[in-house]
Design a protein around this ligand. Structure first.
Ligand code: PDD
Length: 298
């Protein structure tokens, strides 16, 4: 089936979708994005992703696209047109195309932002067998820019980190700055010691994960202890468990860090439990037939 994508107001077959070669997203990585999970055909934490998108746009002084208030409908329409049950919806906004290359930002009264959305169907995401065995990570230096709280499309270094991990026979990389873990290439990082969940405090050093916020809320409700502070790779290697969170992977156990197995090298108890709660609660939150806009649930 040809995927239907969304580009600046139009729903198109993916091979007919076009963006200018002068688009600043292409030339300057001048854009931001969101990835929203889909379970059972319904969006997870849509409001959180929309709010973070608005913040990213404001921080970079990119205008909101005209369709901003219709984003929920566009997400739902892509799920419907692509007959999707599990996966993600990717959204990108760039500062648009001024019809030439120029370091100065174009006048927003003349150049409108580009808005693109597409679906990534991933049947079996909730039942991903990898969640049963866990993933292995390596550590790499965090050499990204200083505003990682803005979800920009500058993903070259995270992609390189992913490749370094794969070349080392691992699954992903945790980035380290000044001796402390910041986050994974495309996820937030956690360790568990004596039942306590430890994850880096929010700042401009990491992305403020929407899944992180939900998981910490569920952990609190389940009376699990949470400490938001930095930790080192050495401390992580001595932890009982570790895991990552993201909209694309939910909660995923980590069983090995730089070749050192955590505990007995299998997912512990806390991460699988949090994954279960996250899936249950996300489905429950999206299950009611109608929220604010009637017709389709999200
Ligand atoms: N990545 N940290 C980084 C650097 C990320 O790129 C992501 C998400 C997260 C987790 O954020 P959230 O829980 O809101 O998904 C943390 C997405 C999934 C991606 O780039 O595909």
């Amino acid at each position: 089936m040809t995927r239907t994508v969304y580009v600046n107001g139009d729903y198109l077959p993916e091979d007919q979708a076009k963006i200018s070669i002068f688009d600043r997203g292409f030339l300057m990585a001048d854009g931001v994005y969101e990835v929203t999970g889909v379970l059972d055909g319904k969006l997870i934490d849509f409001d959180g992703h929309r709010t973070r998108l608005e913040r990213s746009l404001t921080e970079l002084g990119i205008e909101k696209p005209a369709a901003f208030d219709n984003l929920l409908d566009i997400h739902r329409e892509l799920i419907r047109r692509n007959d999707m049950t599990e996966g993600t919806i990717y959204l990108q906004v760039t500062r648009g195309s001024a019809g030439d290359r120029d370091f100065a930002f174009p006048n927003p009264a003349q150049v409108k932002p580009t808005l693109v959305l597409f679906s990534q169907s991933r049947p079996g995401l909730a039942d991903n067998p990898v969640a049963k065995t866990g993933i292995r990570v390596i550590s790499i230096d965090d050499i990204r820019w200083g505003r990682r709280d803005i979800k920009t499309v500058q993903l070259l270094y995270p992609s390189m980190g992913k490749m370094m991990a794969m070349q080392a026979g691992a699954d992903d990389a945790w980035m380290v700055e000044d001796g402390f873990v910041t986050e994974g290439t495309s996820n937030n990082a956690y360790i568990v010691k004596d039942g306590k969940i430890i994850t880096r405090q929010l700042s401009t050093d990491i992305l403020h994960g929407i899944t992180r916020a939900a998981v910490l809320r569920f952990a609190f409700e389940a009376r699990l202890e949470v400490e938001e502070r930095s930790f080192t790779i050495g401390e992580a290697q001595q932890a009982d468990e570790a895991f990552i969170t993201s909209a694309a992977q939910f909660v995923m156990p980590v069983v090995e860090i730089d070749g050192v197995k955590l505990g007995d090298g299998t997912p512990g108890r806390v991460a699988p439990r949090l994954r279960e709660i996250y899936l249950e609660e996300s489905l429950r939150a999206v299950m009611p037939p109608c929220r604010t806009l009637c017709g389709q649930p999200y």
